[in-house]
Design a binder for this molecule. Structure first.
Ligand SMILES: [Zn+2]
Length: 166
């Protein structure tokens, strides 16, 4: 059975027979890469050009026999920020694959944080929690906080993370 390797989260996800996961890595332009994928899959999933502050993307392309999950992201000159963005997109993918339970297990075991993802509706908050988990898992919390300013979703996820700590 193949598996998705979510490098920054440190999670391997067994894939179903119809699922394909692609971590496409750092790309020069999110928009150009989205358009490339759109033409590759003969689709128009990518939609509008992402906002300036968006640094990564998660997109699923369905073909007759497969669900193709893609993540890709921009490189900055600040590694903690890159890790945050990657963990964010990896969490979206984990959510898409229906395996957030693997993350909540790890959060509880390693960081004593009890997150019930079924109770959190906002997918951006969920992805924010994944990136905060990664920040602690990689011991980059202090450096990472210098990467601000953070958007509202990230701040909300940070508050929630504190509340969920047991
Ligand atoms: Zn997101």
């Amino acid at each position: 059975m193949s598996e998705a390797i979510l490098k920054i989260l440190g999670i391997r996800v067994p894939l179903g027979p119809f699922d394909c996961f692609y971590d496409d890595g750092f790309v020069k332009s999110l928009n150009d890469y989205s358009l490339f994928l759109d033409s590759f899959y003969d689709s128009n999933n990518a939609g509008d050009e992402p906002d300036k502050e968006v640094r990564g993307r998660y997109i699923v392309y369905n073909t007759p026999l497969k669900r193709n999950y893609h993540i890709y992201y921009l490189k900055s000159d600040f590694e903690p920020l890159d890790m945050m963005v990657r963990a964010h997109e990896e969490t979206h993918a984990l959510d898409g694959l229906g395996r957030l339970d693997l993350l909540s297990e790890k959060m509880l075991r390693e960081q004593r944080v009890r997150a019930d993802f079924l109770e959190i509706e906002d997918k951006e908050i969920i992805a924010g929690l994944g990136s905060i988990y990664a920040m602690f898992a990689h011991n980059i919390q202090d450096e990472f906080l210098k990467a601000g300013p953070f958007n509202e979703n990230f701040r909300a996820a940070r508050e929630l993370y504190k509340k969920l700590k047991i």
